[in-house]
Ligand binder design. Sequence first.
Ligand code: DC
Length: 217
Amino acid sequence: MIVTIDGPAGTGKSTVARMLAERLGFEFLNTGAMYRAVAYACLQRHLDLSNETSVGEVANSLEILFSRNRLLLGNDDVTDSIRGQEVTQSASIVAANPIVRMRLVEMQRLVGRETSLVTEGRDQGTTVFPDAECKFFLTASPQERARRRQRELEEKGDFISLEDLMEQQELRDRRDETRLCSPLKPAPNAMIIDTTEMTLSHVASYLEQLVQRACPA
Ligand code: DC
């Protein structure tokens, strides 16, 4: 069984998807981390991110592996290195590259073929798993999303103003929503859930109820 959770950054997708996967006893797939890993590898190689061919070659050559909630690029654990500001901005650029998307979508479908999955991203319900049994699309107000990102960065010792975060967020949203290849949008049969006023554990319990109602065991 596949449960997809899509939506823009800061809506709580990753945390909720991880909690929901735990409750259901499913695997959890964080596809944003895969785009971040490609961006990280390109930055390490000092590539021009607008060069579709060379960025695509890097994506095709990478070995990306999740192991116990850590992300490995070959033998390197890059889980923490991919969360910084530079990778965040760069990931939204490489995510518009069709060669990168083709490669990562193929990897994501392989995972979904082998196991029951809660998978989160931007295109999981629309492009990657159009036949998923349960599809959710999370939203939240731009202010609340930026506040969540600010808290996440503060926990790592990075202090960035809400205004700057809102500006960066708007730019990334625009890129994600307007790209030609798999733009960010809800699948027609996705349930849309506004998380602005909810705690993330409340969202996870709510989604668990909805999954159980849609697909009773
Ligand atoms: O969810 P995130 O912030 O970790 O995602 C990083 C970038 O990757 C973001 O710009 C959106 C993009 N992305 C995507 O285009 N498709 C996905 N399935 C997941 C993420």
